[in-house]
Write a protein that binds this ligand. Structure first.
Ligand code: FMN
Length: 369
């Protein structure tokens, strides 16, 4: 590397603190939200506190965990943790205490699976799965469209969960608005065919999300960090697009900014993939450029540490990451699988111990380590 390249690719920005409202994240590394079904009856236990504490001790600045909101059809697995009820909230208090003690910050991603949940799932097999038009991700009719009354109830459940999170001591909240979960099902034309005020063109389909954000913002006050995770892709359709041009993206995001979002968490498979022709910017870069809001990127960080046989790890993704962070294309970077594979990933990156990093394997996703 030349001297100039060394300067460009320095780790300095990655390990600089970042402040939004009263939240200071000690560095730019975020543990990506990854739902793990290890919480019996929805109550996070000591194993979950230890799992997250291990990442915080090893220099993950911000952890995004996942919590299901209070609705009978929110989850497909009673082992996913709830973000309501005394037992679950007491469990979370211990998780938060341990993460804070280790120097990390933590926010929950508030989730409702909508039509991705299989009908008949535990813990409430009799509750029908719900979605804007009762359509699954293939467009098959599974249940009745949500009534306005149901929509209002679910919006309230998001707001209640946000208050629960705030009262328990979480450092902010994130709304799960991507990957084809409930909020995203309202965004997507294939799953939202409503003709009332919650449906219509791509802009009108933002109404549900905007009402959720408004309700959450009103409940937690102006200074509590509220993030929304968004993606073009959906579970079951990696080629799906909500918007096709930067102009559409800007209109779409403006609705959410007006509603009170202050962090956009932009989910892509590879953070460096250009989003629109004629620019190197990834989707997260576009979102930051168009809104000026705090932006988190994600996608395949650290996944080139496990090269095919006979190849050397080139850590190219890391160079690309450091360059884009330095250029302020986005503010924070979420890391998913690499942090499942190695709880000390962030620390090893800072200390240059790249050859000691344990690569992600599917086994790592099957246990809480
Ligand atoms: C086991 C597992 C569970 C996940 N659960 C969620 C989830 O509940 N919500 C979400 O927004 N993303 C979820 N994701 C996606 C990750 O947050 C992340 O966006 C994805 O793995 C890409 O990042 P990576 O390449 O760093 O792994 C999950 C990923 C994995 C591997």
């Amino acid at each position: 590397m030349t001297e100039q390249q060394e300067q460009i690719y320095s780790l300095e920005t990655l390990f600089e603190p970042y402040t939004i409202h009263q939240l200071t994240v000690p560095n730019r590394i975020v543990m990506s939200p990854m739902a793990r079904a290890f919480s019996p009856e929805g109550v996070p236990g000591e194993d979950m506190a230890a799992y997250y504490r291990r990442r915080a001790e090893n220099e993950v600045g911000l952890i995004i965990t996942v919590g299901m909101i209070d609705h009978p059809a929110a989850t497909s697995d009673p082992g996913l943790p709830n973000i309501f009820g005394e037992a679950a909230m007491n469990g979370w208090r211990e998780v938060i205490r341990q993460v804070h003690e280790a120097g990390g910050r933590i926010v929950p991603q508030l989730s409702h699976m909508g039509m991705i949940r299989s009908m008949g799932s535990q813990p409430y097999p009799d509750a029908p799965s719900i979605g804007p038009s009762g359509l699954d991700m293939q467009g098959n009719k599974i249940s009745e469209p949500m009534t306005e009354e149901e929509i209002a109830k679910v919006i309230q459940a998001y707001a209640d969960a946000a208050v629960n999170a705030q009262q328990a001591g979480f450092d902010g909240i994130e709304l799960s608005g991507g990957h084809g979960l409930l909020i995203d099902q309202f965004f997507w034309e294939k799953t939202n065919q409503r003709t009332d005020r919650y449906g219509g063109d791509f802009l009108k389909r933002t109404r549900f999300a905007a009402e959720v954000v408004q309700a959450v913002r009103a409940a937690v006050g102006p200074d509590y960090p509220v993030s929304i995770r968004l993606s073009q892709w959906k579970m079951g359709d990696y080629t799906a697009k909500l918007v096709d041009t930067p102009e559409q993206l800007e209109q779409f995001l403006n609705v959410l900014v007006q509603a009170g979002v202050d962090i956009f968490h932009i989910s892509t498979r590879r953070f460096w993939d250009p989003e629109f022709a004629g620019s190197e910017l990834g989707l997260a870069g576009w979102v930051k450029k168009l809104t000026g809001k705090t932006t988190i990127a994600v996608g395949s960080v650290g996944m080139d540490n496990d090269p095919a046989e006979g190849e050397e790890a080139d850590h190219q993704g890391m160079e690309e990451l450091l360059k884009r962070l330095d250029n302020q294309e986005f503010d924070l970077i979420a890391v998913g699988r690499a942090l499942l594979g190695d709880p000390a990933w962030a620390k090893k990156i800072r200390e240059g111990r790249l050859e000691e990093i344990q690569a992600f394997t599917p086994d790592a996703a099957a246990k809480l380590y």
